[in-house]
Design a protein around this ligand. Sequence first.
Ligand code: NAD
Ligand code: UDP
Length: 343
Amino acid sequence: MKILVTGGAGYIGSHTCVELLNAGFDVFVLDNLSNSKTESLRRVEIITGKPVTFVQGDVRDRECLKAIFKAHEITAVIHFAGLKAVGESCEQPLNYYDNNVYGSIVLAQEMEKANIKKLVFSSSATVYKESAVQPLTEDMPLGTTNPYGASKLMVEDIFRDLEVADKLNNHSLPWSITLLRYFNPVGAHESGLIGEDPNGVPNNLMPFISQVAIGKLGQLSIFGDDYPTIDGTGVRDYIHVVDLAKGHVKAVQAMLNGLTGVNAINLGSGQGLSVLQLVEAFESENNIAIKRKIVGRRAGDIAEYFGSAKKAKKLINWQTELDVNAMVRDSWYWQSKNPNGYE
Ligand code: NAD
Ligand code: UDP
C-alpha cells in the first residue's frame, strides 16, 4: 500500500517515512525542498534498506498532484508540507496562508477527484486557546494569536466542513481525516542519521541547547523564571519525534481499519516539563554542561501547556514510548554526528 507524504523530506516527515517503511507501506514523497534537502530521504533509505519514491514539486501545483494520483495507486495521504515559523508568519502572512491553507485546499480537491479520501493532517497544539485548565483535551476551545496558528485552525475548520458536506450529500465514499495536534516535537532517530536541521539560529529550545552543547552558540537564554510553574520556567509537553512519527502510522492504520469522519487527536506525552528540567536532563544524560542565563520572558509565550493523550490511545491505539532521556540523548547524538545538519 502506497502512502503519499507531502513535505516528507522535512524533520517530522523524514522520521515518518522511516516508520511507514518499517510498517510495510510504500512511500511516495512530494516536497518542494523549500526547507529540506533530499539527503534526508537518502538516509531514510539507508536506515530502512527500502526505496523512497521522490518528486520535487509543490503541493499547490494541481497538475503535479493529478499526475501523481494518475500514475500511482495512493491509498492515503499524510500532509506535512507547509511553513512553520510563528515569527515569520507575522511578517509574511500571505505566504503562510498561501502555502498552508491554499496548499491544503488544492490537495483535498485533487484527492477528492482521484477518490482518495484518507488524509492525515499536521495540525498543532497552537490551535488551542490559552487555558487555565491543563491538560488540554481535544474538545477545549480553539483560538489562535498569529497567522501560522490561524492557518492550521483554518485548515482544521475546512476539513470539518468536508465531514458535514459528506453527510448532507450522503456520499458513498466519505472522508476520513485525522487532524493530529502535535505538542513539542524533539529528538531524532536513534541512528543519528536523520534529525532536525534548522536554518540559522534556532528558535526552539532543544536545537538551541544542542547548538550550545556543540559550541556553535555561546549560551542558552532561558526566557523567564518567574512563571507560576514548578521552577518558574515555562512548561511544555515534549514528544520524541519517533513517537510522533509512529502516531502517523497508527492514524493511517486506524483509518484503514474503519475510523471515519474528521477526528482531532493530540499527539503529546500527557506531561509537562520545564525548561530547566529539560536542560538538566540534557546535562546529566549526555554529561555536558550547558551554559545558560535567565533573561526576560519572550513575547507571546505562555507559562504552561500540555496535552491529554487519552483520545489518541482510544482512537488510534497510540501512546508515547520514549522518555525525556531518549529525547535529549538522541538530539545530542544527531547534533554531534552532524554538526552542520545535512550539509
Ligand atoms: P519542516 O519544515 O522540516 O518540513 C516541512 C516540509 O514541507 C519541508 O521539507 C518543506 O520543504 C516542505 N514544504 C513546505 N511548503 C511546501 C509546499 N508548498 N509544497 C511542497 N513541500 C513543501 O517542518 P516539520 O517540523 O517537519 O513540520 C511538518 C509539519 O508539522 C508542518 O506542517 C508544521 O507546521 C507541522 N508542525 C510542526 C511542529 C514542530 O514543532 N516541528 C509542531 C506542530 C506542527
Ligand atoms: N525557550 C527558552 N530559550 C530558548 C528557546 C525557548 O527559554 O532559546 C523556552 C520558551 O520560552 C518555552 C520553551 O522553551 O517556554 C519551549 O519553547 P519552544 O520555542 O521550543 O516551543 P514553543 O514555545 O513553541 O512551545
